[in-house]
Design a binder for this molecule. Structure first.
Ligand code: SF4
Ligand code: SF4
Length: 748
């Protein structure tokens, strides 16, 4: 069917009062010869939508250009099933941020309409990617601890088939090593049986859950909907296909042998909180050195945690663990004392009630302070010296046992040496669980992350943030990793207690199900949820430069032995970073391409130099920056009238040729506004914004060639809540343009 455009201009929300609508309509009808250009007083009302629908029907319109409010709102209202819809924001970006009935305001509206028309002309209808093979709806859960079992149970309850793979001989994970669990149910004051016991039974009888213990993932190939898993179990290899993966592989305790300054290694009576669980689980808390009952037990909090030389972060549950273990000591014998030395006592949410219960116990002494020494003294006892206490005094106590509250290290952590120390042959609930208890004292294990063994060009495991936690975007997208369709849950994602692990696992399981559902319809997962476009490669002109395979933030592109890119569309998040990277400009989406954006830019009317109306082009990221611009409009902040904004999927998708094209056309300056990058990044596509920054360093060469000043191109990082900075950012850049003078290419 031939494409036929229809332009519909809303005159509500102040648009009709601020603009010459007749003149605006002529841009469509005269400049672009579009025969269908109608206005309506309120396009988003039932009557307005009905008007568009009937008019499209009568006029055989295939592509509608809605000139009204932000594209971020009323997406459901302006959804006309089989029609392509392009939105032109005349409200927030024009009339709400510009003076009414001003020549510059009218020029801005006309430019945005031109850009909208060109985009609609050049865009093609979307044809969602549907692989030839059937999408699998099975979820693979890696890790059979509390988080993994919760993910499996919750996914199974939703009707999803689950394969649960656990490397140990039995399920239960770290929970199986616990004597008791601190309370997660009201009134939050008594110790509870760890949850794994009931969960194992539930998993084992659930027909939707297929459990494999003593099993390991050898290889995972493919992508969402089509992950081909090779598993090794008891020496046998088997293959199966899954649609999405939940990684719940847990943590290892921090290596206590690095804590000599806290006495570890100096006396067998200095133990870790993990060893304390083993002692309590055996029935009696006794000193390792002589088997005597421990009567004065000192607990040292943040042992290696919140410490720049060890783990700089808080493991969130060690405070609760020590309170719990102090109660173990007190419940064993009322004639005992437990001393807890803390930097800060962190008992979040309802855990505060349990903290109060411990405070009320006359045998538990809680003191803020810094432990500066633990020394072995006569009688196998230990002298603990604490400075900077709340009392302002240094204190020393004599204990017959010291427990170090060590933190958590995710198993995905970078290669590290972990010394797993056990009191001796501690056992878990089930006899056959030999692997949990097999570590011998002082055995040194090199823990290497080889959990998923992905067949991805960018590496076999999940990319990690600081400290080895796999993550994608810590604010907006919990659970999501930088490998589409693989969701992290529990302590592998960040340190948390058992209750939080269970909540986390529910979220990850739902994300996995959502991924399968969206993939089966050829739609993108977060953050462009539902997007049906995907990158297409014109391979005849590929030079095998490997830029796209290197720079894709999500490892979506593999390559063959000749370095030809092999895209995996179901892994793709549709950010366009590959498009921005490709020097040959051969990567494009049906509705987002080098040509479409270049053509939009060329549609901007650039006044002659003597008109003294400069033009600045802003490539603005759709994730944070464009919503911030919408908010600036909604707050009626006054914005510079000479700025023209082109929304982009991510600054990573900005191709340097767009900047060259803009400057060659006489645009005075180019701004790139996108998400913040760096360690605590906000970039929704992880590294797109950072890549844009790197690429910009190369633009200077182009500017030199054009004999243009480097000040004409600038990148700004903006968070969504910084909308109030936009007027200043625009005017400051415009002042720079005034200083450097008009672009000499105007009029060419
Ligand atoms: S860079 Fe973005 S658009 Fe390109 S393949 Fe990777 S995820 Fe998809
Ligand atoms: S960036 Fe472009 S030219 Fe380079 S390998 Fe990828 S598709 Fe080929």
């Amino acid at each position: 069917m031939d494409k036929k455009l229809g332009v519909y201009i809303c005159t509500g929300c102040g648009i009709g009062d601020s603009l010459d609508i007749e003149k605006l309509s002529k841009v469509a009808t005269k400049e672009y010869k579009i025969s269908v250009c109608k206005t309506h007083a309120c396009l988003c009302a039932d009557e307005g939508v009905g008007f568009i629908k009937s008019d499209c029907e009568a006029e055989a319109v295939t592509t509608t250009i809605i000139c009204a409010c932000s594209r971020r709102i009323h997406q459901d209202i302006f959804d006309f099933a089989d029609k392509v819809v392009e939105r032109v924001n005349l409200r927030e970006h024009v009339v709400w941020s510009q003076p009414a009935n001003h020549e510059d305001t009218q020029m801005m509206a006309e430019d945005y309409l031109r850009m909208g028309i060109v985009k609609a002309q050049k865009s093609q209808a979307l044809d969602p990617y549907k692989p030839a093979e059937e999408i699998s709806r099975v979820v693979l859960v890696v890790g059979g601890g509390v988080a993994g079992m919760t993910a499996a149970i919750e996914a199974a309850k939703a009707g999803t088939q689950v394969v649960l793979v656990e490397k140990e001989a039995c399920l239960g994970g770290f929970s199986a090593k616990l004597h008791k669990h601190f309370p997660v149910n009201p009134p939050y004051d008594s110790l509870q049986t760890p949850p794994h016991v009931a969960m194992i039974k539930e998993v084992e009888v659930n027909p939707n859950i297929n459990v494999h213990t003593s099993a390991k993932i050898q290889k995972i190939a493919g992508g969402p909907g089509l992950f081909d898993v090779t598993m090794e179990q008891k020496g046998e290899s088997s293959q199966f296909r899954v649609g999405a993966i939940v990684l719940a592989a847990g943590f290892v305790p921090y290596d206590a042998t690095k804590l000599a300054h806290l006495g570890f290694g100096a006396s067998p009576n200095v133990i870790t909180n993990v060893q304390m669980e083993e002692l309590a689980k055996k029935g009696k808390i006794i000193r390792p050195s002589d088997g005597k009952e421990a009567k004065n037990v000192a607990f040292i909090q943040c042992a290696g945690s919140r410490d720049a030389n060890h783990l700089p972060y808080c493991s969130t549950s060690c405070c609760m663990t020590s309170l719990k273990q102090a109660i173990y000591v007190r419940e064993q014998n009322q004639d005992t004392a437990a001393y807890i030395f803390y930097k800060d006592m962190r008992t979040m949410g309802q855990h505060e009630d349990f903290y109060i219960r411990a405070q009320e116990d006359e045998g538990i002494f809680l003191t803020k302070g810094e432990v500066v020494g633990v020394k072995a003294i006569a009688g196998d006892n230990l002298a603990v010296t604490v400075e900077n206490t709340l009392l302002g005094e240094n204190i020393q106590i004599e204990a017959d046992m010291v427990v170090l509250a060590t933190g958590m290290v995710p198993v995905t952590g970078i290669e590290m040496v972990v010394k797993e120390v056990t009191i001796d042959d501690a056992s878990c609930e089930q006899e056959q669980c030999s692997q949990v208890s097999s570590a011998t004292p002082d055995e040194t294990a090199i823990i290497k992350s080889d959990i998923l063994n992905l067949e991805y060009r960018q590496g076999p495991e999940l990319p990690q943030l600081r400290y080895g936690f796999p993550d994608s975007h810590f604010i907006c997208f919990p659970y999501e990793t930088r490998r589409t369709g693989i969701y992290a849950a529990g302590c592998v994602r960040h340190p948390m207690d058992i209750g939080a692990c269970m909540d986390d696992a529910c979220g990850a399981a739902l994300k996995a199900i959502q991924c399968i559902e969206l993939t089966s319809h050829g739609k993108a997962v977060h953050p462009r949820v539902g997007d049906m476009s995907y990158p297409e490669f014109f391979m005849q002109r590929c030079t095998q430069c490997k830029r796209c395979t290197d720079e894709c933030p999500f490892g979506a592109i593999n390559e063959d032995e000749k370095f030809n890119p092999l895209p995996n569309p179901t892994r793709c998040r549709r950010c366009g970073t590959c498009m921005g990277a490709c020097p040959e400009r051969i990567i494009s989406f049906k509705d987002y391409s080098i040509d479409i954006i270049s053509s939009m830019m060329k549609a901007i009317n650039v006044p002659e130099e003597d008109e003294e109306k400069p033009r600045v082009l802003v490539f603005m990221c759709e994730n944070d920056a464009v919503p911030a611009l919408d908010m600036a409009g909604a707050k009626r902040l006054s914005l510079n009238p000479y700025v023209r904004v082109i929304p982009v999927r991510c600054l990573g998708s900005v191709h340097l040729v767009w900047i060259t094209d803009a400057l060659s056309k006489g645009i005075d300056g180019v701004l790139l506004i996108g998400c913040k990058h760096g360690d605590d990044y906000q970039c929704h596509f992880v590294k797109g914004s950072e890549l844009a920054n790197t690429r910009l360093s190369k633009v200077k060469e182009t500017l030199d060639r054009l004999r243009l000043e480097s000040e004409r191109v600038k990148m700004v990082q903006l968070a969504i809540n910084e909308y109030d900075l936009l007027p200043g950012i625009f005017s400051e850049f415009m002042e720079t343009m005034e200083k450097v003078g008009p672009n000499p290419f105007k009029g060419f």
